[in-house]
Unconditional design. Sequence first.
Length: 138
Amino acid sequence: MEFLLYISAFIAAIAFVILVIYVVGAIKATKQTLNDVSETMQGIEKQIEGVTTETTQLLNKTNKLADDMGQKTTKLDSLFEGAKGVGDTLKDFNQSLSKLSSSISSASKVDSEKTAQAVKWGAAIVDFVNGRKNNKNK
């Protein structure tokens, strides 16, 4: 019976060795998996750093563009104000021309009779002078 006890202890020892071998294999596989995960995480970290750097540069460029647009908009505002001033000046000039035209029109209506009479007198004088020239030539 003692012999059975030794055999069972030997079988238990072999089973324990086999168990240890499998556990060591599992630990090695786990270690390799963890190393792979670590390398992947380092790669991801580097990529995130690159993306962060590019994002920061893009934000800086966007801010510069926004500032530039603000400055150009301010300059355009002054240009539009100048154009408005030119438009106001042209409007005033048109009103002045309209008033001048109305004034000339009303003055010509008042003086139309005098003008007609002056034309008649001028025609009469021209006829008189022509008549005298014709009489001298005869």
